[in-house]
Ligand binder design. Structure first.
Ligand SMILES: [Zn+2]
Length: 116
């Protein structure tokens, strides 16, 4: 499994970016690294509340590319991940739904606080 940022690491980076951007408009003597524990916790909570909104927008777009298709007799497959013959039937590579991409979206949503 590849390395990826945790929810906490992402929120920290987002908060720092927002802090830096705000500091450009409203310079303060306080710098991120010298921020008090309570103030930092407030920044993280406020900025962290936006993470699921952003993540959901991204995973929704990924999911939209992997629409489920009902096929005989009673299977649900991922249309775009399966091979569609010119006669309209799926054959050969048939990926069950949810496909690996949709399962990854589920995992990302769960890790980063998206509620569905
Ligand atoms: Zn798929």
């Amino acid at each position: 499994m590849s390395e990826h940022l945790t929810r906490e690491q992402l929120i920290e980076q987002m908060a720092r970016a927002q802090f830096d951007a705000q500091d450009a408009f409203y310079p303060t003597p306080d710098e991120w690294d010298h921020m008090g524990t309570r103030e930092r916790a407030e920044w993280l909570a406020i900025v962290g509340s936006t993470l699921p909104v952003i993540v959901k927008a991204v995973t929704d777009r990924m999911r939209a590319l992997h629409e489920p298709v009902e096929v005989e007799p009673s299977d649900t497959i991922c249309g775009p991940c399966s091979f569609l013959l010119p006669n309209g039937r799926y054959f050969g590579k048939v990926e069950e739904y949810p496909c690996p991409t949709v399962r990854l979206c589920d995992e990302i949503d769960a890790d980063l606080g998206v509620e569905r």
